[in-house]
Design a protein around this ligand. Structure first.
Ligand code: GRF
Length: 209
């Protein structure tokens, strides 16, 4: 995996940690950031991973980003808090190979401040989504989602923290499914082969009794 990250990199860390387990079918080999002082780069350095800052203001930023990825023979590009909309020429250079994590149950609340949008909308369940990246903003085919309750006294910080805990679980899970060849995209919809689905209980929030 190559990971694109702009900030604190906690999802990057979840992917690094997963990749270090002997039974995990993928590993992070490259971390690229558009922010020179991002903690994501520090995490990559601590983990001994190849990492690089690329300045977004420089000409050919996305070309260089793509070249770095190609040079490392990356199979999967994971956006993990990468605060940029990937342009069509970058997305089409790596068809079906770019995924992203977003802190809402897409297609609800795409874009920035998804947790605040959920609070403002008064939903009682929100969550997080791993999806393939297409040319839109958080619009690509959905791979995996986790539902998270919104509690009465939540603010943006407490809700974000609760969702983040699930992000760290579903991002490695989605990578595993992809690496094992269980995920296929047909006409813009993800289909699974193998044993990905399990019947579970539903989720009511708030629970009245
Ligand atoms: C996460 O909430 C992710 O869903 C969103 O940006 C945040 C990044 O957090 N795209 P981190 O840098 O992985 O800690």
């Amino acid at each position: 995996m190559g990971v694109l990250a702009s900030g604190r990199g906690s999802n990057l860390q979840a992917l690094i940690d997963a990749g270090q387990k002997s039974d995990f079918p993928a590993e992070v080999v490259l971390v690229l950031s558009d922010k020179k002082n991002s903690y994501a780069l520090e995490r990559a350095s601590i983990a001994g991973l190849r990492h690089r800052h690329l300045a977004p203001k420089e000409e050919g930023f996305y070309l260089k980003l793509g070249d770095e990825i190609e040079n490392c023979e990356i199979d999967l590009i994971c956006c993990a808090g990468f605060m940029r909309i990937l342009p069509p020429e970058f997305v089409s250079r790596f068809p079906g190979k770019i995924i992203n994590i977003h802190p809402s149950l897409l297609p609800s609340f795409p874009g920035l401040h998804a947790q605040k949008k959920a609070l403002d909308a008064g939903v009682t369940v929100t969550g997080c989504t791993v999806h393939f990246v297409d040319e839109g903003v958080d619009t690509g085919p959905i791979i995996l989602q986790a539902a998270v309750p919104v509690l009465p006294h939540d603010d943006e910080v407490t809700l974000s923290e609760r969702i983040l805990g699930y992000e760290h679980r579903i991002y490695p899970l989605a990578v595993r499914l992809i690496a094992e060849g269980s995920v296929h995209c047909v006409d813009g919809v993800v289909q699974y082969s193998g044993n990905a689905h399990q019947e579970g209980s539903g989720f009511i929030s708030p629970v009245s009794e």
